[in-house]
Design a protein around this ligand. Structure first.
Ligand SMILES: NC(=O)c1ccc[n+]([C@@H]2O[C@H](COP(=O)([O-])OP(=O)(O)OC[C@H]3O[C@@H](n4cnc5c(N)ncnc54)[C@H](OP(=O)(O)O)[C@@H]3O)[C@@H](O)[C@H]2O)c1
Length: 314
């Protein structure tokens, strides 16, 4: 019998990546979504509301793995209404899944819940592994994302699901070629001559190639000894100025206009997003994955950028 994987909130960027990956590995893939439609051949979409336990819960019984990816995009202005949506769309689905798993006769063997590498404190110091400091800094400009991440993790940790192994995915920015990925946006900026450093350029960027993200999820499902928070980030985060220099090299564009912080603030306002997404220094490394022997195919940004750029040009 095929192993079954449930992707809650799996209609988005990461869900599609994982669905394609696990279909290729011959898994049965079920997506929980608020709007089921035929999106990917071979994937079964099942309706849920992300809030209450319903008929969808039967899908969890006997499943090998449950991955929760539900959450409204953080790429927006943090108005009061958007803040509520960002918070509720993460905490409520986690609570509903916990209640559903608790009622299963044969609960999923493992539940991986999204969190974020942004949970760690802004730092120019040594990189954070899973024992890194959690909290807000930068004059508390990043307080909201920390609040969301900690509420999300708290809800997960409070689930009464003792027969299921629990893993928190503290993922860095996933670089892929899909429409929702940051990489094609970066590439476009560089090609328009806007590929200089952003702000001081000193802030660290943590990232993971989409292929390694999928391989890491498969590794986590297979390794029973791994549980609790796990950083999903390539082992070599790099300063923003360096990342932009590499991008210019990959795109063959010798010069890129830098963007000062006030320009980013103005740009973010018009793009209806928040500068925290760019300015916060995220220096996160994969402590547990590396200790467990996971090997990244793309451990340096240059290799990842070359690969994705070539794929986008195909
Ligand atoms: N992409 C990254 O680089 C990255 C990095 C770190 C962490 N993460 C986290 O990983 C998760 C998945 O990321 P992604 O890039 O795949 O996001 P995405 O493309 O925005 O997809 C998220 C999915 O969440 C569902 N959703 C939105 N609001 C919801 C609500 N109120 N209730 C229930 N479901 C809701 C949507 O599914 P339906 O509309 O079909 O229901 C949507 O397809 C997110 O929580 C994100 O914060 C992502």
């Amino acid at each position: 019998m095929k192993r079954r994987i449930i992707l809650a909130g799996g209609s988005g960027f990461l869900g599609r990546l994982l669905a394609a990956h696990f279909l290729k590995e011959n898994w049965e893939v079920v997506v929980l979504t608020r709007q089921p439609k035929p999106r990917t051949a071979g994937v079964r979409e099942v309706a849920w509301d992300g809030e209450t336990v319903g008929a969808w819960a039967a899908e969890l019984d006997g499943a090998t793995a449950l991955i929760n990816l539900a959450g409204r995009s953080v790429d927006c202005r943090y108005t009061a209404a958007n803040r509520r949506l960002i918070m509720d769309s993460r905490v409520n689905p986690t609570r509903a899944l916990g209640a559903a798993v608790a009622r299963c006769v044969r609960p999923p063997r493992v539940w991986l819940n999204s969190s974020t590498a942004t949970i760690y404190r802004h730092t120019f110091g040594p990189a954070w592994d899973e024992s890194g400091e959690i909290g807000a800094t930068r004059e508390a400009q990043d307080e909201f994302s920390i609040e969301v991440a900690t509420a999300w993790e708290r809800e997960f940790n409070e689930a009464a699901t003792p027969r299921t192994r629990m893993v928190l995915l503290r993922s860095a920015m996933v670089l892929g070629r899909g429409a929702n990925s940051v990489f094609p946006v970066l590439r476009r900026l560089v090609r328009f001559g806007l590929g200089g450093r952003m702000g001081s350029g000193r802030q660290f960027v943590s990232w993971i190639h989409a292929e390694d993200f999928c391989r890491a999820i498969e590794f986590l499902i297979a390794h029973d000894e791994l549980s609790g928070p796990v950083n999903l980030a390539a082992p070599n985060p790099l300063p923003n100025a360096e990342m932009m220099r590499v991008m210019r090299g990959v795109c063959g564009v010798p010069f890129g206009l830098p963007a000062a912080e006030w320009m980013l603030e103005a740009g973010a306002f018009f793009l209806r997003t928040e500068t925290e997404l760019i300015i916060k220094s995220r220096r996160v490394v994969p402590g547990k994955m590396s200790a467990e022997g996971f090997e990244f195919r793309f451990s340096h940004f240059r290799a990842a950028a070359d690969d994705l750029s070539a794929k986008l040009a195909e």
